[in-house]
Write a protein that binds this ligand. Structure first.
Ligand SMILES: Cc1ncc(COP(=O)(O)O)c(C=O)c1O
Length: 474
């Protein structure tokens, strides 16, 4: 192949290997590069594009990991033969007109589930390191925002414009997401975003599909809107799309980057199958990208939203994991056809968080503090993850089988059948350790027996003794 339209912009803030990766991915998806076709050798790509060896190898490795390329040792690198199957049925144009009908708007939730959580115990999943919050840098941004008189007024329902622009920019660079700032809507946490989505999209007779096992709060939110909530099985490749291929539903909720709680990454094949399903059934995909910034390998799967030509994905991101849940700021990337509906709904429910806080976050992002904090935390969490795995192997031996997940803020440890996970969880709680039972995340009959261990919020110095306390519950 020639370098067919691969254009590298050296002035762009997007790293060169990411640019090459996106260009090759786009060439494959658009059919410019055909299944089975040989890709230029890494040396030729270096020469033609004037790139360094590692840059080219990083891009090729990433696309191989995502399933777009296959390497035959000693022969070369080729576009994966199966890619045709994945790309063919998708519409090419990004301009799809979808006008939601009046009946797409739903009733307010009738109830919410009360939950009690232990705030301090080691291994609580779903929380970042409170001991590493970048207080000094955040205070600096907050001080500027707090004394800006223009910020004291009411703000538009979508949220503070500079924050929306900073989020759109970051999502493009780190998650491959294509959106304008006008599509970004700021909410008081992802949980609020899900409520808003349920209120806007669902009526009592609608069906909503959720992952099983999955995030119990989303189930509660969807049920509260009166929808018929249907579980779909999850395996090591993520949600089993085939299990609901022929089923009509209004929306499906998924955590493709790091399935909650199993940690599975949704395979490329299923990503396309899901997008196909949504386009065929006129359904929406709610993509919850809650902790995707934390990947401890070089192979980051871009967000599903970036693959979605038909604009069926409603993307939700949050600052709860990258910074703190106390910030209570999250965002929805709304498909263009739904922007006016979401804006009007947000106006009614008044769900945007404090403008001062939003402005502080915008400054914190613009001056690079957020990016630096995430880079630092990635190292810290990787270390904590490693320490937990090593301590479990040393202290629990074969009693735990720990999944080798290199993503997110928690890991899953499977127990032998002779130990019921719910009983184990109770014994661990009596020792001051939070280790939720895997079975408690199931909607239907549990098919997994184990515990979820959140490693992010436990300081490295406490990990070994906390693992010892956990293991003593065996
Ligand atoms: C899978 C998942 N999605 C979303 C959230 C909610 O995040 P937020 O704090 O922004 O409401 C959580 C919180 O733990 C979560 O576990």
């Amino acid at each position: 192949m020639s370098n067919r339209g691969i254009f590298i912009d050296r002035k762009s803030p997007v790293p060169l290997h990411r640019q090459l990766e996106s260009a090759l991915r786009a060439a494959i998806l658009s059919g410019t590069l055909l299944p089975g076709e040989r890709v230029l050798s890494s040396r030729d790509l270096q020469t033609h594009l004037g790139l360094g060896r590692n840059t080219v190898l990083d891009a090729l490795d990433q696309l191989t990991a995502e399933g777009y390329l296959v390497t035959r040792r000693g022969v070369g690198t080729f576009v994966a033969p199966g890619v045709q199957k994945l790309t063919k049925p998708r519409p090419r144009s990004r301009t799809v007109k979808i006008t939601p009908s009046e009946t797409a708007l739903s009733f307010l939730s009738s109830h919410v589930l009360a939950q009690t959580v232990d705030r301090v115990a080691p291994f609580r999943p779903g929380v970042p390191a409170f001991d590493a919050f970048p207080s000094r840098q955040f205070k600096r941004s907050f001080d500027v925002a707090a004394w800006t008189p223009q910020l004291l007024d009411y703000t538009g329902a979508l949220g503070h414009e500079p924050l929306r622009a900073a989020i759109a920019r970051r999502l493009r660079q780190t998650r491959g997401i294509v959106c304008a700032p006008g599509q970004v809507l700021i909410t008081a946490g992802a949980q609020f975003a899900f409520s808003l989505i349920a209120q806007v999209m669902l009526n009592g007779h609608d069906t909503a599909i959720v992952e099983d096992p999955g995030y119990s709060n989303i189930r509660a939110t969807l049920q509260a809107s009166g929808a018929n909530v249907v579980p779909a099985t999850v395996d090591e490749c993520g949600i089993k799309v085939a299990s609901f291929q022929r089923r009509r539903a209004k929306l499906v909720y998924i955590t493709p980057a790091h399935q909650y709680p199993t940690g599975a990454v949704l395979s490329l094949e299923r990503r396309f199958a899901l997008l196909d399903w949504a386009a065929r059934h006129d359904a929406w995909i709610v993509e919850d990208d809650y902790d995707s910034e934390f990947v401890y390998t070089d192979h980051v799967q871009p967000a599903l939203q970036g693959l979605d030509d038909a604009e069926r994905v409603i993307y939700v991101g949050t600052f709860s994991k990258v910074l703190s849940p106390a910030i209570r700021v999250a965002y929805i990337v709304v498909p263009r056809s739904l922007c006016h509906v979401f804006e009007a709904a947000q106006e009614v429910v008044g769900g945007a968080p404090s403008t001062i806080l939003q402005a502080a976050l915008a400054t914190f992002m613009e001056n690079g503090d957020l990016g630096r904090h995430i880079t630092k935390m990635r190292k810290k969490y990787d270390e904590r993850r490693h320490l937990v795995s090593v301590a479990l192997a040393e202290l629990a031996g074969s009693n735990f089988h720990v999944d080798d997940s290199r993503t997110g803020l928690h890991l899953v440890a499977h127990l032998p059948e002779s130990i019921r996970d719910a009983d184990f969880t109770k014994r661990a709680a009596a020792r001051g350790i939070v280790a939720p039972a895997l079975s408690s995340y199931f909607y239907g009959k549990p098919t997994m027996n184990g515990v979820v261990i959140g490693y992010a919020a436990t300081p490295a110095s406490q990990i070994k003794s906390a693992v010892a306390a956990l293991v003593s519950a065996l």
